[in-house]
Design a protein around this ligand. Structure first.
Ligand SMILES: Nc1ncnc2c1ncn2[C@@H]1O[C@H](COP(=O)(O)OP(=O)(O)O)[C@@H](O)[C@H]1O
Ligand SMILES: [Mg+2]
Ligand SMILES: [Zn+2]
Length: 287
């Protein structure tokens, strides 16, 4: 099924004044929500399939396991995948009176909001007009009871379109975590993400190279499935910190498909150890 969602009123039909008042009211609610969240991380990349959602989920779970209060917000409206990766099901609970939604809560008190939690059918394709996307992302902040958080991890869709732009404008103190693989094509796109951050004045926390060397389970030899090392070179060239590299981890594919992020399950894996190092670098920088 495909639905087309249209934008707000044009402003010349008489509904413009009330729309402006509603936007002001929403601005205040957004400010209120954000004031209770210490650190906001926007996970982005130039290219799809490089592991943004996997990294967002594992970063959030790793932080939550260390005792931080963590929220995870999926703003990939067309291809939401965090609900699946985190193993949550069903729609959000909405308090009709207060017009507020309760995020889904998982282990360690981590709170999650995903577009998936709002769709009746997860295979539904929705065609969103730009203003509608902006409205939904703003609502994810204004109308959701996030409460006090140490970290809000925001999983963005690939590229530099409406979603990351809205996130950057709505959450002015968000810091970007940019994900790439070592492939030349991914690195070419990552430079666009870096330039996007510079253009919207968003601080970059750093770059992560995902899908690095795979360690053969039989002989322990490290095999590069994608090129590796390009992330570090690019970060140096572009003047962005390098947060670290994550290995290619076949168990992660299964973990994502079964809704059990590796950081929550298998803390001995190379991937979890590398992720632990990245989390340490992030918390040391921000705490
Ligand atoms: N380090 C990794 N090792 C192995 N598979 C990975 C790794 N990171 C991501 N994947 C897999 O790659 C696919 C795309 O990852 P995903 O996180 O959905 O990317 P994105 O959100 O950037 O589109 C998923 O099947 C995921 O399980
Ligand atoms: Mg994704
Ligand atoms: Zn081998």
């Amino acid at each position: 099924m495909t639905e087309i969602m249209d934008g707000p009123a044009c402003g010349s039909c008489g509904s413009g004044d009330s729309a402006a008042a509603a936007a002001d009211d929403q601005d205040r609610k957004i400010e209120g929500s954000l004031s209770k969240i210490k650190h906001k991380l926007l996970v982005m990349s130039g290219k799809g399939g490089v592991g943004k959602s996997s990294v967002s989920a594992n970063l959030a779970v790793g932080l939550a396991k260390q005792g931080y209060k963590v929220g995870l917000m999926d703003i990939d409206l067309h291809g939401p995948s965090l609900a699946g990766i985190m193993g949550i099901e069903g729609a959000l609970n909405v308090n009709e009176e207060a017009q507020l939604a309760e995020p889904k809560e998982v282990a360690n008190g981590m709170k999650i909001v995903s577009m998936q939690s709002l769709m009746e059918d997860s295979d539904q394709a929705i065609i969103w007009r730009g203003p509608v996307k902006t409205g939904i992302i703003r609502q994810f902040i204004s109308d959701v009871v996030w409460g006090e958080l140490d970290y809000l991890v925001i999983d963005a869709p690939p590229g530099t379109g409406d979603e990351p732009l809205t996130a950057a404008q709505t959450v002015p103190d968000a810091k970007a975590v940019i994900i790439t693989t070592g492939q030349d094509v991914a690195l070419a796109d990552v430079r666009k993400s870096i330039n996007f951050c510079k253009a919207v004045n968003m601080e970059m926390l750093g770059l992560i190279e995902n899908m690095g060397p795979y360690t053969c389970k039989c002989c322990g030899k490290k095999v590069d499935l994608f090129k590796s090392g390009g992330g570090l070179v690019t970060s140096k060239k572009m003047g962005v910190s390098y947060l670290g590299g994550l290995p290619f981890e076949p168990a992660l594919v299964e973990a994502c498909d079964t809704g059990k992020p590796l950081m929550g399950e298998d803390s001995d894996s190379e991937f979890s150890k590398a992720m632990g190092g990245i989390i340490k670098r992030i918390t040391e920088r921000l705490d």
